[in-house]
Design a protein around this ligand. Structure first.
Ligand SMILES: *[C@@H]1O[C@H](CO)[C@@H](O)[C@H](O)[C@H]1NC(C)=O
Ligand SMILES: *[C@@H]1O[C@H](CO)[C@@H](O)[C@H](O)[C@H]1NC(C)=O
Ligand SMILES: *[C@@H]1O[C@H](CO)[C@@H](O)[C@H](O)[C@H]1NC(C)=O
Ligand SMILES: *[C@@H]1O[C@H](CO)[C@@H](O)[C@H](O)[C@H]1NC(C)=O
Ligand SMILES: *[C@@H]1O[C@H](CO)[C@@H](O)[C@H](O)[C@H]1NC(C)=O
Ligand SMILES: *[C@@H]1O[C@H](CO)[C@@H](O)[C@H](O)[C@H]1NC(C)=O
Ligand SMILES: *[C@@H]1O[C@H](CO)[C@@H](O)[C@H](O)[C@H]1NC(C)=O
Ligand SMILES: *[C@@H]1O[C@H](CO)[C@@H](O)[C@H](O)[C@H]1NC(C)=O
Ligand SMILES: *[C@@H]1O[C@H](CO)[C@@H](O)[C@H](O)[C@H]1NC(C)=O
Ligand SMILES: *[C@@H]1O[C@H](CO)[C@@H](O)[C@H](O)[C@H]1NC(C)=O
Ligand SMILES: *[C@@H]1O[C@H](CO)[C@@H](O)[C@H](O)[C@H]1NC(C)=O
Ligand SMILES: *[C@@H]1O[C@H](CO)[C@@H](O)[C@H](O)[C@H]1NC(C)=O
Ligand SMILES: [Cu+2]
Length: 575
């Protein structure tokens, strides 16, 4: 381009800017939104048990964050409780701002009692429903809340505009203290106690003892469309969800639009979000309808098999509140893998001109991770542990059970002091092949370490995650920080590197941040490592994370100035 051409283009850009109507200018006018999160104790009663829980601003579930695509968020977190805390903004890409991602000892040291930290990040290229939660030990059992990202001003949804939008966040309530539960389990080596109920917006609903008054009610009008923003913040359980006598249209998962489809029932794993349209009946139906959720379970251990319910109530000006008949939805069996598979395979990226599916077509590096449970030696002198055959439960990826460091990986990386904190030699595939989903091997003991995979900037990654049957096959919802990925394939049994890639979908695979490794099967994902930093990847069943089912990717800086991790904020907590 000659200088005069450049000058012409430049003045044209300025002209265009000046001629735009005000509203179009405002469409790009991103805001900075300020939030103050006080971490406080609060007494809360559910199922007739009162306990003191860790909360944000005394609220359970925590406050909503509402922002627009392009906005900057400044969230000041002040810790007033005896526990260490850190918060994660689940699904937010955190481009170059890994310091604000939140997992304790990965991207930051915890915020200690009396300390504060400002999470500072911009929402880039994302719109939809995500959520925030504590990312240390099991504190996320009570510390969580919705993140609602509206499209930019004057940009509409690629579906019918809803009459109302309603967040529906699933959780798990324990009558006991969850910190005591997981600490004791890690000490004895056994499985932790399971929850006493599931919750919808913090409420267990009428199917539990002493809980009818704690029921979530969705009041609706006939003939309207509601956007339900579903979030699974439960600690340890995938959930089936359905509303009696109503069909749901799924329009978005993990803050990415999909090709809409209708279903009576959906499946949502911990760490996933799903936006659905609920079209109410065109007339007042003279009935009340339950919405219900209960788990999808594949493992061999004990679990909470209870059902949470909320109510869909039609408001009417003419009919008095007489006793209306109540309808319940039919939910799949607790072990209905056929339903889970069928449902998962219907999810496809919208892949429109406006919202393309940028699936990496070439792959620079391939990884194969075996994921599943195993055992570790009992380290209690002269005692037997409560895991299988007197061992401790453990879990590993490629036989590495992740050992949490005592200083944050990102700080160690940025300051060039990784020695003794982590090693860059995480195995790219299992050291020994075995029949991953066949008869379990005799030796169930797994190794451990604090290892990362190092990726040059802009590496195109393909990762196959293979479930193992070492302690029984099980579905694991894996969550990747810092990126969305495309689910290009999945199947049962052992992944076949010759045959299976032939069936990969590289056109419109679903894009998300949390994907289930199927029960006794495998999932293949692709992502572009265009975000420098240290990015945690882990099973979002908190019990498995506690047992070590986690690892980290270290993405190096690129050569351009805008391809580098920003320096740490001055108030970043220290260990
Ligand atoms: C919770 O209840 C206990 C016992 O009644 C009381 O001592 C404590 O002050 C309460 N805590 C809060 C935060 O209200
Ligand atoms: C937030 O981070 C940006 C850089 O990403 C920086 O320019 C800004 O000053 C920070 N704001 C605060 C309040 O720390
Ligand atoms: C709800 O569905 C059941 C069958 O599942 C049906 O018997 C009933 O009539 C329906 N009720 C309403 C009000 O739609
Ligand atoms: C849940 O598990 C308990 C204890 O194992 C059992 O008694 C009960 O029948 C189960 N309930 C359902 C709905 O499966
Ligand atoms: C699911 O559980 C039921 C009993 O609740 C059992 O009859 C059935 O065989 C199980 N199905 C699978 C696929 O394991
Ligand atoms: C799978 O989905 C199709 C289409 O929605 C449905 O007809 C079929 O019954 C489903 N199968 C199972 C096992 O859920
Ligand atoms: C463990 O048992 C051995 C022999 O039975 C005994 O000598 C030793 O003192 C015990 N150690 C502990 C920590 O109890
Ligand atoms: C426990 O020991 C029994 C008997 O030796 C064996 O059959 C079983 O496979 C072992 N289980 C595990 C998880 O190691
Ligand atoms: C793995 O084990 C399964 C179940 O026992 C068996 O059907 C399959 O043939 C085995 N695969 C290989 C490659 O040995
Ligand atoms: C595993 O244990 C079985 C039964 O104890 C034995 O027959 C088999 O040889 C063992 N396999 C290996 C690989 O050690
Ligand atoms: C790591 O494995 C070794 C060898 O089995 C064991 O002694 C050690 O306790 C393990 N460390 C952790 C933190 O689990
Ligand atoms: C809180 O975190 C600091 C820094 O890692 C650590 O030294 C301390 O033991 C932790 N305190 C608690 C109560 O876990
Ligand atoms: Cu898991």
């Amino acid at each position: 381009m000659t200088a005069s051409m450049m000058k012409a283009v430049f003045s044209w850009i300025i002209m265009a800017f000046l001629l735009l109507p005000w509203s179009e200018l405002a469409a790009d006018a991103a805001l900075t939104r300020h939030y103050k999160f006080d971490i406080k104790l609060q007494n809360v009663t559910r199922l007739c048990h009162t306990k003191s829980i860790v909360t944000v601003n005394g609220k359970f579930p925590g406050p909503r964050i509402v922002a627009r695509e392009g906005d900057r968020l400044l969230i000041k977190v002040v810790n007033h409780v005896p526990n260490n805390i850190s918060l994660h903004w689940h699904g937010i890409r955190q481009l170059r701002t890994g310091w604000a991602d939140g997992p304790a000892y990965i991207t930051q040291c915890p915020i200690q009692t009396g300390q504060s930290y400002v999470y500072n990040y911009t929402i880039v290229g994302q719109r939809g429903t995500l959520f925030w939660h504590a990312h240390i030990s099991w504190l996320r059992s009570t510390v969580y809340g919705p993140i609602i990202i509206l499209p930019k001003l004057n940009v509409s949804y690629p579906f019918q505009r809803p009459h109302k939008e309603v967040p529906i966040i699933f959780g798990e309530w324990f009558n006991g203290d969850t910190e005591a539960i997981i600490n004791q389990a890690l000490q004895t080596g056994g499985g932790p106690n399971v929850s006493d109920s599931y919750t919808i917006n913090g409420l267990p609903g009428p199917l539990y003892n002493c809980s009818a008054k704690d029921t979530f009610k969705l009041k609706v009008k006939p003939g309207k469309t509601y956007l339900l923003r579903l979030i699974n913040a439960a600690l340890n359980d995938d959930l089936f969800f359905s509303i009696a006598n109503h069909t749901l249209t799924i329009v978005e998962v993990d803050a990415v639009y999909i090709k809409p489809f209708e279903t009576q029932t959906l499946l949502i794993t911990p760490g996933q979000t799903t936006n659905v349209l609920l079209k109410t009946k065109p007339y007042f139906p003279d009935a009340t309808f339950l919405m219900m959720a209960r788990p999808y379970v594949t493992g061999f251990g004990t679990f909470d098999n209870s059902t949470v319910a909320g109510v869909v109530e039609y408001e009417s000006s003419t009919v008095s509140m007489k006793k209306l008949p109540l309808f319940k939805p039919n939910l799949p069996d607790l072990n209905d893998t056929a339903f889970a598979t069928n449902f998962t395979q219907k999810l496809r990226s919208l892949a429109s001109a406006q919202y393309p599916a940028n699936v990496p077509q070439k792959v620079d590096k391939q990884f194969f991770f075996s994921v599943g449970l195993g055992t570790a030696p009992c380290d209690q002198k002269n005692q037997t542990c409560q895991g299988p055959n007197g061992t401790k439960f453990s879990a590993s990826i490629n036989n590495v059970s992740f050992v949490q460091p005592t200083t944050a990986l990102l700080q160690a990386h940025f300051s060039g002091q990784s020695n003794g904190v982590y090693s860059p030699d995480f195995p790219i595939s299992p050291l020994h092949w075995f029949n991953y989903t066949g008869t379990p091997p005799n030796n169930t003991m797994v190794g451990n370490g604090t290892k990362v995979v190092v990726l040059p900037f802009n590496t195109s990654v393909e990762l196959v995650m293979q479930d193992t049957s070492i302690l029984g096959a099980e579905s694991h919802p894996f969550h990747l920080h810092g990126f969305n990925f495309f689910i290009v394939g999945q199947g049962f049994g052992n992944f076949d590197p010759k045959k299976d890639p032939q069936n990969f979908n590289l056109v419109d695979p679903v894009e998300r941040n949390t994907a289930a490794v199927p029960y006794g099967g495998w999932v293949a994902i692709r992502f572009l490592a265009d975000n420098p930093g240290v990015w945690f990847m882990h099973c979002h069943l908190e019990v498995h994370t506690s047992w070590g089912l986690k690892m980290a990717w270290l993405v190096l800086d690129g050569s351009l100035p805008n391809q580098k991790l920003l320096p740490p904020p001055a108030d970043l907590p220290k260990c």
